[in-house]
Design a protein. Sequence first.
Length: 456
Amino acid sequence: MDEDLKQVKKYYKENYFDEEIATRIKSNVQHRLIKGKKKLSVNKKITYSISAAVLFFTLLFSLAFASPAMARIMSNIPYLNSIFEFIGDRGFQIASEEGLTAQVDKSATDKGITLTINEVYSAGQKISVAYTIQSKEKLIPPSKQSPFQILERPDIVINGKWINHAGSYRHQKVTENKYIGVVEFQTYKQLPDHFDVKINTDSIFNQVGQWTVQFPVKKSTEKEILIAKSKSYKEFTLTANSMAINPAEISITFDHANKVAFKEDGTIIHDEHIGFNLLTDNGTALNLLDLHGYSRPDDLNGNTLVMHNNYIFLPPKRKTDYLILSPYTIPDYKYQEVTGALDAEKFPLTLDKGQLGKVTITDVKYDQNKTLLYFKVKSEFPYPNHLDGARIWLKNVSGEVITTLKRYPDRVKGNLFVLEFKPINEEDKPLKVVTQKHPMPEILEELRIMIPINNN
């Protein structure tokens, strides 16, 4: 074992060591040991040393093809960090670091494939589970690599009742016969403090079977604020209902009503030209983590449609006395693409986005698992990470769009953002960075709703 470890350490440090992942793991392990989140004996603390953590997890999550020596070592790796921390967004990472997630470790096996629910995190209207799929045989993913096919859209039952839900999915390969992933269930209703969950799926990697895992859930402790404020302006009405705050996220539920048009066949033309920011008391737009919206048949009254929304934001780093739900509209505009060659030797690269401002590419980093694109924004608009007009994407030498690994870019600091793409192969280069010109959004000042949060 010691000799295997030396060989693996030498080879992968020379070829595949990921400094960013190593740094993050080191920080996480130090954080856990200081906080005492897990009660460790002296011997275990030695085992969970920083150097071992950096080595083991850099290897584990950087590689999809392990050597025989690596495979032997992986079966003996101690559990240090959560799946949420490795493939979740920043909100999940904070939830895990703050002890808001709970261990489940319950499994179901069928057709030689084992599905294990490792962890659960519940807040507001959402339940998120981290899972492992493992098989004795090689797992062959579907050609399209769709998360819906890796783990077929599962059913969720809460306290014995089937729940209609929306979901988002992400996964990562660990070895040829092991994958990890996260599924988020948006239930569209406030969840009780304690409840029982049953998750069922009948297809994994397109293998038909039956996998059912049942476990109890305790919702994370939250500060709940009843807002119950409504404002109207022209054809719009905005009603802020409630807000739930914990260290990992701010979840706000609100409704908006406005006039809609109809196609000739009677179907609704949904208005895609209204958006929502959540601003701090100094006007900074918070990072959006996720959003969901829906309407029911009885939400249509004549040509007025009510949409029910749940937006989830990353909490601000600095204290704010209040938050502002700030709607805006986007004028009609003609799509106009703006491109530039992605050449690190010619950074910074500035692209003109028209009235919205300018975006400057400052850096790009390539590694085994992802490609990181850093950019700064200069705009008079409180620039949110989820504004559709703010989109930046990459195209390879054939003009194909490079897939992003996260739905939205992360705000690093101020107006510096980072966007994650899939790993880039040499045959993809040279790359182009692409964005679009965009009109200045109109902020609907008359509909802004202020929400005090430090006196509740």
